[in-house]
Design a binder for this molecule. Structure first.
Ligand code: MLT
Length: 332
C-alpha cells in the first residue's frame, strides 16, 4: 500500500513536470489605491476571477493594491501610455485626465446609492465614446462605496459654522476644491497615499471618504468625529488602457466587459453590507457619528450653485447637458 502511494506520488510529480501549465496569452496588471481590507480590493479579486473565467485563462490578471504601482493619477497616466493595463480608481482622481467622468462628481447629484448605480451604468457607453480620445482609457464597470463622509479630529461638525477653520484634505481636482471653498474652507488637495500620515502628523485635521475606508485605513486611530455630508457618492470606474484593449481579439474584449459589469455588481453588494457594519464598528472604536448637518440645505445650496461653473472641468456645457439628461432618464 505504501509503495502504491509512493508510486502514485512519483508519477504525479513526473506528470506535473512533463506537462507545463498553459501560459496566458495576455497579462493584465490591475492597480488600485486601497488596501486589502477595502471593498475595492474585494471587487478587484472578483474581477480577476471573472476575467480569468470568461477568457478561459487567456488573460492573467495581476492585482497591485495600496498604490504599489504609483498614485491613482500617476497610474492613470501610465494607462494612457499603455505601460500599465488597468486600474480601479476614485472618479475624483481620474477627472483631471478624463474630464467627462466628472459628471459623477457634481455635488448633490444623487440622493441614494441606487440612483448613482443607475446613472453610472447608463453613462458607461456614452463615456466610452469620449474617454479613449480624452485619456486613452475606457470603462469596464463602475464600483461604488456610498457617500463620502467627513472625518476630523478636532470637533463635532453639525453646522457650516462648526466646519470653519478646519484643515480638510480633498482629492486633487477642481470640483472637490471649489465645493469645499463654497462652504468657506480653504481645502488641501493631496494624493490619497499621503492622507493617513498627514492626519497623524496634524498637517490636516480631516478628510472625506466612505465609511468603509475609515475602517480599512484605520482613520479611527487619528480621527474622532464623522459628519454625513451627502454631497458625493464614491464612484470608481474599472478602467483599461485603450491600447491594451484594442490589442485584444473581440471575444476577449467582450470577456473584459462582462467581467467588469459583474464585478461591479458584486462590489456594490459587498460595499453596502460593509458600510452598515462599519458604522457600528466605528462607534465601538470610539468615534462620534453625527449624521447629516443640521443646516444641510445651506451646504446644498452653496455647492449646487457651482454646477454651471463646473462645465469647463467636466468636458464642456454640451456634455454636461447631455450627461445630465442621460442620468435623469436613468434615475427616473
Ligand atoms: C481619495 O480620496 O483619493 C479616494 O477616495 C481614495 C480611494 O480610491 O479610495
Amino acid at each position: 500500500m505504501k509503495l502504491f502511494t509512493k508510486t502514485l506520488t512519483t508519477a504525479a510529480i513526473a506528470l506535473s513536470v512533463a506537462l507545463p501549465v498553459a501560459a496566458a496569452d495576455f497579462t493584465m496588471r490591475l492597480s488600485h489605491g486601497d488596501n486589502e481590507n477595502n471593498p475595492t480590493h474585494k471587487g478587484a479579486l472578483k474581477f480577476e476571477e471573472l476575467v480569468e473565467k470568461y477568457s478561459d485563462g487567456r488573460i492573467d490578471v495581476q492585482i497591485f493594491p495600496s498604490n504599489q504601482l504609483g498614485s491613482e493619477q500617476e497610474v492613470a497616466q501610465s494607462l494612457r501610455m499603455g505601460s500599465i493595463e488597468s486600474e480601479i480608481l476614485y472618479t475624483g482622481n481620474l477627472v483631471p485626465l478624463a474630464p467627462s467622468v466628472g459628471v459623477m462628481m457634481l455635488p448633490y447629484a444623487f440622493t441614494s446609492n441606487e440612483d448613482a448605480h443607475a446613472a453610472m451604468d447608463a453613462l458607461k457607453e456614452p463615456l466610452n465614446e469620449r474617454l479613449p480620445g480624452e485619456a486613452g482609457v475606457r470603462v469596464l464597470g463602475y464600483f461604488e462605496k456610498g457617500f463620502r463622509v467627513l472625518t476630523n479630529g478636532e470637533r463635532e461638525v453639525k453646522t457650516l459654522e462648526d466646519l470653519q477653520g478646519l484643515k480638510v484634505r480633498v482629492s486633487k481636482n477642481n470640483i472637490a476644491i471649489e465645493t469645499f471653498k463654497s462652504w468657506g474652507l480653504d481645502p488641501i488637495p493631496m494624493a490619497w497615499a499621503e492622507v493617513f500620515p498627514a492626519l497623524q502628523q496634524g498637517v490636516i485635521d480631516g478628510q472625506e471618504n466612505p465609511y468603509t475606508t475609515a475602517i480599512s485605513s484605520k482613520f479611527y486611530e487619528v480621527q474622532k468625529y464623522i459628519t454625513e455630508v451627502h454631497y458625493l457618492i464614491w464612484s470608481g470606474p474599472i478602467i483599461v488602457s485603450e491600447r491594451f484593449y484594442q490589442g485584444l481579439p473581440e471575444d476577449l474584449q467582450a470577456a473584459l466587459n462582462k467581467a467588469g459589469e459583474e464585478a461591479a455588481m458584486y462590489e456594490r453588494e459587498v460595499s453596502a453590507a460593509e458600510t452598515e457594519a462599519a458604522k457600528v464598528k466605528l462607534v465601538e472604536l470610539g468615534m462620534t457619528l453625527s449624521g447629516a448637518p443640521e443646516d444641510e440645505a445651506k451646504w446644498q445650496e452653496a455647492a449646487k450653485a457651482l454646477w454651471p461653473s463646473f462645465a469647463a472641468d467636466i468636458g464642456g456645457a454640451e456634455w454636461l447637458e447631455e450627461a445630465t439628461e442621460i442620468m435623469n432618464a436613468a434615475i427616473a
